[in-house]
Design a protein around this ligand. Structure first.
Ligand SMILES: Cc1cc2nc3c(=O)[nH]c(=O)nc-3n(C[C@H](O)[C@H](O)[C@H](O)COP(=O)(O)OP(=O)(O)OC[C@H]3O[C@@H](n4cnc5c(N)ncnc54)[C@H](O)[C@@H]3O)c2cc1C
Length: 467
């Protein structure tokens, strides 16, 4: 497959885009291009040539049909919180922002479902769902758009109980590169009709089609919630406890790990009552106060048996919110606390029984190379983020070498190079190693759905050698 050849956006193209979308929905202003040239990752910025803001699915389809005929790349943009360069328009072209498609189309409260346009932020969605006593559970922390979450198959702190984004979507409308609009899946919870195209598009990072609408599963807001914190002498003891809690039959709604350095940072920056120890953040949901208390008693006992140096549980809403606020903002706090450094974050995931071995391996590598790195993990899902600070190319290269070893270990343990952030730019290098011949099948699917390669080029697949 040769490297994609694209046409630059000409003044005539801009006029055609204005005809499709209206002049106010097309911009080549530097301020707009700059604002959409990079996401929250360390990958270098690359501006598009033009930004468009469609307001409805038909406009999305028309822009794609036009761009496909003209061989102009199109990169979808949610709100740019991706951590792997997924939405950076590396080949320029058209950047399609969903900031004007943020409507709730319908709430199907009796079915625990909502149909939305892709640009709505999941937090904004949940704010609006409060009055129905329902919420959309995947929670990646940042106010990511639903389209970006579907495209990246995002997860979050509640995945351990409620699943990833892929588990919480029932149907989608998707625009293909040639402008066809497809309806995939159904509103029925059970679906067995034909190939599961819905989930082909989930996690495809805007490389196969563009999501224009989605029907999501919702769950009732739990009646009773509690947060618990358990601190340990070592990371190893903390992760063994994760396996024990998961094996106990308890059903935590969140089971997160932060290392001692992170705990210190959250205390100093946010005033959270933490000591300098590896710490588990947990949350439990229940329909009855008694069952919540019983669960907390069991988890306290498990933590103590596993050697916790402290355990604290709270049902106080303000305290719980403060804890999760700190956890959710830990990445921003870390970046803010190191103004002279850049960060690259890994995202490996393994089966839960292999989690202690993975974490032990990471700790050993850090010691062996004498490097500092923060570690934070959605431990209940066997997912860890090692957050590597670096200042220059040499430091970056060494950390990438260490990361390659971590990825190899995760694959050996039956896991994956990316649990939730997606492939984007940074994980392309592991795709062959992880998927082998299955990568050729992915390429064939891409070729079928997007033969001109206009959809988010430069992502997921290793670039072919120049001809
Ligand atoms: C502080 C912080 C914490 C985070 N924590 C988590 C976490 O816990 N779990 C997690 O999974 N992620 C996490 N993330 C990463 C990020 O929030 C997710 O990857 C999220 O899914 C990105 O959504 P977005 O709307 O910002 O999408 P963007 O970054 O704008 O785009 C992401 C991808 O989606 C594609 N896309 C966007 N809209 C569409 C569409 N309508 N149709 C087709 N493709 C589309 C883009 O082309 C791109 O490939 C975190 C990020 C930050 C900054």
């Amino acid at each position: 497959m040769p490297a994609p050849a694209f046409n630059p956006v000409t003044p005539d193209d801009l006029n055609q885009l204005r005809r499709i979308l209206g002049a106010e929905a097309v911009s080549t202003a530097h301020a707009d291009l700059d604002l959409h040239a990079r996401d929250q990752s360390h990958h270098p910025e690359r501006p598009a040539e033009v930004i468009v803001w469609p307001a409805e699915a038909a406009q999305v389809a028309d822009v794609l049909r036009f761009a496909n005929q003209r061989r102009i790349p199109v990169t979808a943009w949610g709100v740019g919180t991706g951590l792997e360069g997924n939405a950076i328009p590396v080949y320029g072209g058209i950047l399609m922002s969903f900031e004007r498609m943020t409507r709730i189309v319908a709430v199907h409260a009796d079915d625990f479902q909502v149909t939305v346009q892709p640009g709505i932020g999941h937090k904004d969605l949940n704010d609006q769902l409060t009055r129905y006593g329902l919420f959309f559970p995947p929670d990646p922390g940042a106010n990511a758009s639903v389209g970006g979450m579907l495209a990246n198959n995002a997860s979050g702190i509640r995945t351990v109980k409620y699943g990833a984004t892929k588990d919480n979507v029932l149907r989608m409308q998707v625009a293909l590169a040639d402008g066809r609009l497809l309806n995939l899946g159904a509103r029925s919870v059970k679906q067995a009709s034909g190939y599961d195209l819905l989930h082909l598009f989930v996690g495809s990072e805007g490389t196969l089609g563009v999501i224009t609408e989605a029907t999501l599963r919702l769950v009732p807001v739990p009646q009773f919630m509690s947060a618990a914190l358990a601190a340990f002498e070592t990371v190893e003891a903390a992760v063994e406890t994760v396996v024990a809690v998961r094996g106990s039959g308890l059903d935590p709604a969140a089971l997160e790990l932060i290392d001692a350095a992170h705990a210190r940072m959250l205390r100093e920056a946010e005033g959270v009552d933490l000591t300098d120890h590896p710490t588990l953040f947990m949350e439990f949901h229940a329909a009855h106060e008694e069952s919540l208390q019983m669960g907390l008693d069991i988890v306290k006992q498990i933590c103590e048996e596993m050697g916790a140096v402290s355990f604290r549980a709270t049902t106080d809403i303000a305290e719980r919110k403060k804890l999760w606020h700190a956890r959710h903002h830990s990445y921003e706090i870390m970046v803010r606390s190191h103004p002279d450094k850049r960060f690259f974050i890994n995202d490996v995931a393994v089966p839960i029984s292999a989690y202690p071995e993975l974490i032990g391996f990471v700790e050993q590598l850090k010691r062996q190379h004498g490097i500092s790195a923060y570690m934070i993990g959605h431990a209940g899902d066997g997912n860890v983020h090692v957050e590597f600070p670096f200042v220059d190319e040499d430091e970056y290269r060494l950390r990438m070498e260490i990361n390659a070893q971590i990825v190899a270990k995760a694959l050996e343990l039956g896991g994956t190079s990316t649990g939730e952030h997606g492939v984007g730019i940074g994980k392309i290098r592991y795709m062959q190693q992880e998927h082998g011949p299955a990568l050729d099948v992915m390429r064939a699917i891409k070729q079928t759905l997007d033969p001109n390669g206009i959809l988010n080029p430069g992502k997921i697949f290793p670039e072919p050698e120049p001809m």
